[in-house]
Design a protein around this ligand. Structure first.
Ligand code: FA5
Length: 342
C-alpha cells in the first residue's frame, strides 16, 4: 500500500505542475479528491482491511487528502496572483488621463476674448459690424486721412494685389464702411484679422487680430473714450487694471493716443514680451479727425466722436498668461484646448 501512496502522491504533484490556469485546478480536484477520484477509490478499499490496518491506512489517506487540498489551494493562490499581475500589465490604466476628456472642440483664446469684447460692447449699446480682409486703398488709407504721399503708409506696410487691392492693415476701414451704413449718433465695433508686412517676435505677428470701435454723437470727448476703455478692460480682467494714456500719432484721429497696459506677465518689471518696458501697447485711439467724419458725410461741427483699435491677440495674452504671440497662431489643438471653457 505504501508504494501505491507514493505513486499517487507523485502522480498528483506531476499533474499539479502541468496546470497553468486556475480554472484547470477543478479537474485535478475531481481526478484525485472527487467522488470517483483516486484517493476516494483507495478509501473504498478500506472496508476489506482489518481494523488495525483500517486505522493506519485511513490516517494516511486523510493525511494525503489534507496535503492534496492545501497543495491545490497554494497553487490556486499562486496562479491567481500571476493572472492578476498579467491582467494589470495588459489592462494598464493611466490614472493621470482626465476621464472626462473628449474629442469635442474648444474655442480658441482669441475667439474667446473677441466674443467677450462683443458682449461687453453690445451691452453698452454698440452694434457689431464686419468688413472684408481684402480692401481698397480708399478704405484702408485714403478715407482715413492717409493719402498716397503720406509717410504714415510706411508705418503699416502690407501685401498688395496686382489690381491695387491690399490685405487690410487694421480694422479702421470698418469705421468708413460703418459711416456708409449707419447714421449718427451711432456706436459701432468691428473685430477681425489684419495683415502687415513685418517681422515677428514675441509680441508681433504679420497676421493678427484687432477690435475696432467708434462712437459718434454730439459733444463726445476724451472723457467718453477714457470711460469706455477702462470699463472694457475692467470687464475683461474682472478687476481694475493699470493703464496709461500717452500721445500717439494716427492721421485719422486728433488728438491721438496710445493706451498701454501694465504688463501682467512681468507685473511691470520688464520681460521679453514687453521688451523690458513694463508696459504693453494695447490700443491705438483718439478723437475722430474731422476729415474722417467728412469722408463719412458727417458734419464735424455738429458731431464728434472717438475711435479705437485694440490688439485682441495681446489682450488674450495678458488675460491667459501667454508669453509669445506665435503659438496663438500655430494651429496646435493641444494649445487651444488649454483655454477651453465648458
Ligand atoms: C492701428 O492699427 C490703428 N488703426 C488703431 C486706431 C484705431 C487708432 C482707431 C486710432 C483710432 P496700431 O498700429 O497701433 O494702430 O495697432 C493697434 C493695436 O494692434 C496695437 O496697440 C497692438 O495691440 C496691436 N498690434 C499692432 N501691431 C501688431 C502686431 N504686429 N502683432 C500683434 N499685435 C499688433
Amino acid at each position: 500500500m505504501e508504494k501505491e501512496f507514493q505513486a499517487l502522491e507523485k502522480a498528483f504533484h506531476q499533474t499539479l505542475d502541468t496546470i497553468k490556469q486556475v480554472k484547470d485546478l477543478e479537474g485535478v480536484k475531481t481526478q484525485f479528491l472527487g467522488k470517483k477520484g483516486k484517493l476516494t477509490g483507495m478509501m473504498k478499499q478500506l472496508k476489506d482491511l482489518s481494523n488495525e490496518k483500517k486505522a493506519e491506512i485511513g490516517k494516511k489517506i486523510n493525511q494525503l487528502k489534507g496535503e492534496f487540498q492545501s497543495s491545490i489551494q497554494e497553487k490556486s493562490n499562486a496562479l491567481k496572483k500571476t493572472e492578476f499581475q498579467l491582467k494589470m500589465e495588459n489592462e494598464w490604466i493611466d490614472i493621470t488621463i482626465n476621464p472626462y476628456e473628449s474629442d469635442s472642440g474648444s474655442i480658441h483664446p482669441i475667439s474667446l476674448v473677441q466674443q467677450r469684447l462683443e458682449d461687453i460692447f453690445v451691452a453698452m449699446g454698440f452694434r457689431v459690424l464686419d468688413g472684408p480682409h481684402i480692401e481698397t486703398e480708399y478704405y484702408n488709407f485714403e478715407a482715413l486721412n492717409i493719402p498716397s504721399y503720406h509717410p504714415a503708409r510706411d508705418m503699416q506696410d502690407t501685401f498688395y494685389f496686382e489690381d491695387g487691392h491690399l490685405l487690410r492693415t487694421h480694422t479702421s476701414p470698418i469705421q468708413i464702411r460703418g459711416m456708409e451704413t449707419v447714421k449718427p449718433p451711432f456706436r459701432i465695433v468691428g473685430p477681425g484679422k489684419v495683415f502687415r508686412c513685418e517681422r515677428t517676435d514675441a509680441s508681433h505677428d504679420s497676421c493678427f487680430h484687432q477690435f475696432e470701435g467708434m462712437m459718434v454723437d454730439r459733444n463726445i470727448s476724451v472723457a467718453h473714450l477714457n470711460y469706455f476703455m477702462k470699463t472694457m478692460l475692467a470687464e475683461i480682467f474682472e478687476s481694475e487694471v493699470e493703464v496709461r494714456l500717452r500721445p500717439g500719432y494716427f492721421p485719422f484721429v486728433e488728438p491721438g493716443f496710445e493706451l498701454d497696459m501694465l504688463c501682467l506677465l512681468c507685473k511691470g518689471k520688464g520681460c521679453k514680451f514687453c521688451k523690458q518696458v513694463g508696459w504693453i501697447e494695447l490700443i491705438g485711439c483718439g478723437m475722430v479727425h474731422p476729415n474722417v467724419l467728412r469722408s463719412g458725410n458727417i458734419d464735424p461741427v455738429e458731431f464728434s466722436g472717438f475711435a479705437f483699435g485694440l490688439g485682441i491677440d495681446r489682450l488674450a495674452m495678458m488675460k491667459y498668461d501667454i508669453t509669445d504671440i506665435r503659438p496663438l497662431h500655430g494651429g496646435n489643438l493641444n494649445f487651444s484646448r488649454l483655454f477651453s471653457v465648458s
